[in-house]
Design a protein around this ligand. Structure first.
Ligand code: ADP
Ligand code: ZN
Length: 220
């Protein structure tokens, strides 16, 4: 099964995507994480995309699509994947649909939309703290979900850090870009796949509801 997580920056795609990935045994593919890793390693791809991430602009479709296709052809993607942060445009969604039809015929495809009001998004993102240990990646919030010890990850003990692009200016821009594309994207999934929308106020309840939806969908 291929699960697309739709939602604004800070809507909980990463947090919920990681939980679903563990519970359903599907790899978690986050384009944002892949890009940040490439930037940290200073690869050719990293150099090419750094300015887009700094500005909160979208990386060009062709670059994103190539990156995701290559990732989905890796061996660990046997059972499917949770796609977090991709697709973000209809062109990306079409490319994904064509790729899956060709390379993973018969795989189920479904989209989950996390629908969170903008004012809440801004609060979440500017207070977001992320574990610096990449294999952990736990996400905290200074106000709503602080770590037990300041700046230390509850899960693995590594230090926490704010993402470079999690400032108010960039978030507002990312949010604007999200709203420009989201209507068409959501329409695309409503027409082409199963789409489940939820306002994830309580994380545990949201995860439970999403899993119930997925169970039912699998049986169809
Ligand atoms: P968020 O959802 O919190 O904005 P992500 O980690 O998903 O953060 O993405 C961070 C940045 O990476 C985006 O602002 C954008 O520059 C780039 N990016 C990630 N995924 C895509 C995509 N599918 N298309 C274009 N750019 C992307
Ligand atoms: Zn950690």
């Amino acid at each position: 099964m291929y699960i697309v997580m739709l939602g604004a920056p800070g809507s909980g795609k990463g947090t919920i995507g990681k939980i679903l990935s563990t519970d359903l045994n599907l790899v978690h593919v986050s384009t944002g994480d892949i890009f940040r890793e490439q930037i940290n390693k200073n690869t050719n791809l990293g150099k090419k995309i750094q300015k887009y991430l700094e500005e909160g602009a979208l990386v060009p479709d062709d670059v994103v699509i190539e990156t995701v296709k290559a990732r989905l052809l890796e061996e660990d993607v046997e059972n499917g994947a949770i796609l977090d942060g991709f697709p973000r445009t209809v062109a990306q969604a079409e490319a994904l649909r064509d790729f899956l039809k060709e390379n993973k015929p018969g795989a189920k495809r479904v989209a989950i939309e996390l629908d969170v009001p903008d004012d809440e998004i801004i609060k979440r993102v500017v207070n977001r703290l992320i574990c610096t240990n990449k294999s952990c990646g736990a996400i905290y919030n200074k106000e709503t979900k602080p770590p037990k010890k300041e700046n230390i990850c509850d899960v693995c003990g590594s230090s926490l850090k704010r993402r470079d692009d999690d400032n108010k200016e960039t978030v507002t821009k990312r949010l604007g870009i999200y709203h420009q594309n989201s209507k068409d994207l959501i329409d695309f999934y409503r027409k082409n796949n199963a789409l489940y929308s939820i306002y994830p106020q309580d994380l545990d309840i949201a995860v439970k509801n999403i899993k119930e939806f997925l169970e039912e969908y699998k049986r169809k």
